[in-house]
Ligand binder design. Sequence first.
Ligand code: ADP
Ligand code: MG
Length: 369
Amino acid sequence: MPSNKRKALTDAAFPVSFLIFLFSFILFTISCSREDPVIKETYVMGTKASITIYGMNREKALDAAGKALHELHRLESIMSTWNPESEISQLNSNTGEKHFTLSAELSELIRLSIQFSEITKGAFDITARPLVQLWGFQDGADRLPSESEISNTLKNVGYRKINFNPDINTITLPKGMQIDLAGVAKGYGVDKCAAILKREGVNSALVNLGGNIIAIGSPPGKKGWVVGIRDPRDESKISGYIIIKDEAVATSGNYENFIKRKGKTIGHIIDPVTGRPVSGNTLSVTVISPTATASDALSTALFVLGPMKGITTLKQLTRNNYTGYIAETARRTDRSGRGQYAEVLFIISENNSIKFLKSSNLDGKLILE
Ligand code: ADP
Ligand code: MG
C-alpha cells in the first residue's frame, strides 16, 4: 500500500513537473520575444552617456553604439572649455581685433546657439561664461561678486556683441568675451548620435547623455520609451514619467550642479541679462521637442525665464512654427512635418511642496506621480 501510494504520487508528480517545465519554457519563449536590449555606456562631457538598442543583433548593435559614443568623445575634444587644446579654447584665447576661422562644425553650433538666443530673448546665451567664472565656478574662493564686478562683467556678455559670419565661418570675439557651449553641446551630441545610429540601421534606441535624451522609435511592442523625471528635491524619487517616441527630452535644474558661497547656494545657470544666478522658485524644467539640441538649449533658457515667461515664449515659438534651425532640424528628423513643437514641464516649489506647471499639449505624454 505505501508503495502504491508512493507510485500514485510519483505518477501524479510527473505531469506536474512536466507542466512546470512546459510553463517555464513558454515563459522563456515570451521573454525571448521581448528580447534584452544591448546597452553600451561611457563617461564623456562630464557625465554618463548610455545607448540602449533593441531589434538588432548584438555585434551590430555594439558596433553602432560604439560609433555613436566615439562621436561624443570627438565633439568633446572640440567643444570642451576644460581642454586648453580644444577649438573652443583656442577661440577663447584669440579674442580682440583679429578674426578666428572656425571649423564648419563649430560654426554651425555657434550659429544655432545665436538663433536660440534670438528666440529666447537672450535667456540662452553662449557668451555667459565670464559670469559663470565670476560667480566662482572655476575657483574655490568663498566670496560673492560685488555689484560693480557684476556690471563690469556684463559688458563682456551678450551674443549681439559677437561678430560672426556663418557664410565664411569667421568670428571675432571682443576682448574679455568667452564662449561656453555647455548649455547646448550635450543635446547637439545626442542628435549626432541618433543620426549615426539611424545610418547604421538602428530603428529602436534610446540615447541618454546626462539627462539629454533622444528616442529612436520605441521598444518592441511598446508605444514609446518611458523616461523618468527626477524629483528635484530628492534624487531617489521620481516626480513623473514622460513617454517619448522619435523625439527628445532634456531637463535643466540647479539641483545637481551648484556651489556654496558665503552660505548661499549658487546654481550653474546664470541669467545673462541680470548677470546673476537664476533664483526664484523653479526647481527644474523639462522640455520635449523633436531634437535634443533644441530640448537642451530651450530647457536652459526656460529655466532662466521661469514658468510665466517661459510658457508664453514656447507658445509664440510653436505658433511661429519655430524659427531657423529648430524648424530645419524638425523637418529633418520628422519628414511628415509633425515635428514643429516644443512642450515643457516646470516643477516649482510652493509653500514647501512642489507644483507642476505644463504647456497644454503635454498631457498625452506625461504621467505625474
Ligand atoms: P544642465 O542641463 O546639466 O542643467 P545646461 O544644459 O542647462 O546644464 O547648461 C548649463 C551650463 O551652461 C552651465 O554650466 C554654464 O556653463 C552654461 N550656462 C549658464 N548659464 C547659461 C545661459 N543662460 N545660457 C547658456 N549657457 C549657460
Ligand atoms: Mg541645456
